[in-house]
Design a protein around this ligand. Structure first.
Ligand SMILES: Nc1ncnc2c1ncn2[C@@H]1O[C@H](COP(=O)(O)OP(=O)(O)OP(=O)(O)O)[C@@H](O)[C@H]1O
Length: 298
């Protein structure tokens, strides 16, 4: 288990991280969310021991975290492959670092490349690969050695939806293997699909910290999506409907002022038309929660 306790980091008089606390157990995924400059990379650099916190503790199984004693897979935001090297040379280098026999690695590498649909040969140079294929090789280099701790800095940035799905699946697989996983992101997409917990940072301050379900449960289900409403006038009597947006798929998105109102609307619709194909009452999105917490306008 990785644990950060009361971590603080300043650069000159700039506070990069203030009193950060979290823990991630084996088989758990933490999403670290924040906009540019929030402190995500600084957090990773401290865990990876590239820089030291000013104060606080980083622990692994409640002992001081010693980087060299734990197998770590790190995918940096700027990505880290040598463009001029071939795939196999690059991977041999990592195999040596991780103490995995090259022959064994080669077999696994081929399996990974097949599974992820990499278009390229082992002898191809990284620079000759398309961006998407190079990203897949980077991912393989980070995950093939089954690290105990997986740190992925903005792993989804620049990925198309197909590749983003590959990545989601592989992260899930690493979770099932019992890795401690942290990934950062500046948008909320994908977070709900895989993160067990989230930490949201703003200018180094923690604005949200906890399991996704606990965070949602602090809020009411104020978002209501309706599809197949025959008479929209039915809605006009409700003063508690604060906003109605018509979506491109023809559904309506309503913002309610109380969760209970959903029940009345539901009963009314059923009385009126007997059946409604889409009636979905949900919590605010993480994006909305972030804005509520930071006082930003939506
Ligand atoms: N070496 C450094 N010297 C001075 N300031 C730094 C240094 N590294 C980071 N900072 C500052 O600390 C704050 C947090 O930066 P950090 O790179 O951790 O943010 P981030 O959340 O990773 O942002 P991004 O999404 O843009 O990568 C920023 O204000 C940044 O300018």
């Amino acid at each position: 288990m990785l644990k950060l306790e009361n971590i603080n980091k300043t650069f000159g008089n700039k506070v990069a991280i203030s009193n950060l606390n979290f823990e991630v157990k084996e088989g758990q995924i933490l999403g670290l969310i924040g906009q540019n400059g929030a402190g995500k990379s600084t957090t990773f650099r401290m865990i990876l021991d590239f820089i030291k916190p000013d104060s606080g503790k980083i622990l692994w199984d409640n002992q001081e975290f010693v980087r060299s004693e734990i197998s770590i897979g790190f995918m940096p935001e700027e990505r880290g492959l040598y463009q001029r090297e071939t795939i196999i040379n690059q991977m041999n280098y990592f195999a040596d670092l991780h103490g995995m026999p090259r022959a064994k690695m080669r077999i696994e590498l081929k399996e990974w490349m097949k599974r992820l649909g990499v278009v390229g040969e082992l002898e191809d140079k990284i620079e000759s690969l398309s961006k998407g294929n190079a990203q897949k090789i980077q991912l393989i280099a980070t995950m093939l050695f089954k690290p105990k701790l997986l740190i992925l800095d903005e792993p989804f940035s620049g990925l198309d939806p197909v590749n983003a799905n590959f990545l989601l699946k592989e992260i899930q697989r690493a979770k099932e293997d019992g890795a401690v996983i942290i990934f950062s992101t500046h948008n909320m997409e994908n977070i709900e699909k895989i993160a067990d917990k989230i930490v949201m940072l703003k200018h180094g301050q923690t604005v949200l910290n906890g399991s996704i379900t606990d965070i949602y449960e602090e809020y009411q289900r104020l978002n209501l999506r309706l599809g197949g409403l025959k008479d929209e006038n039915i809605l006009s009597k409700y003063l508690g409907i604060k906003r109605v947006i018509r979506n491109t798929d023809g559904t309506l998105s309503l913002k309610l002022d109380s969760e209970k109102l959903g029940e009345s609307i539901f009963r009314d619709i059923v009385r009126n038309q007997g059946y409604i194909p889409i009636f979905e009452q949900s919590y605010p999105t993480l994006d909305e929660i972030f804005k509520l917490k930071t006082g930003e306008k939506s």
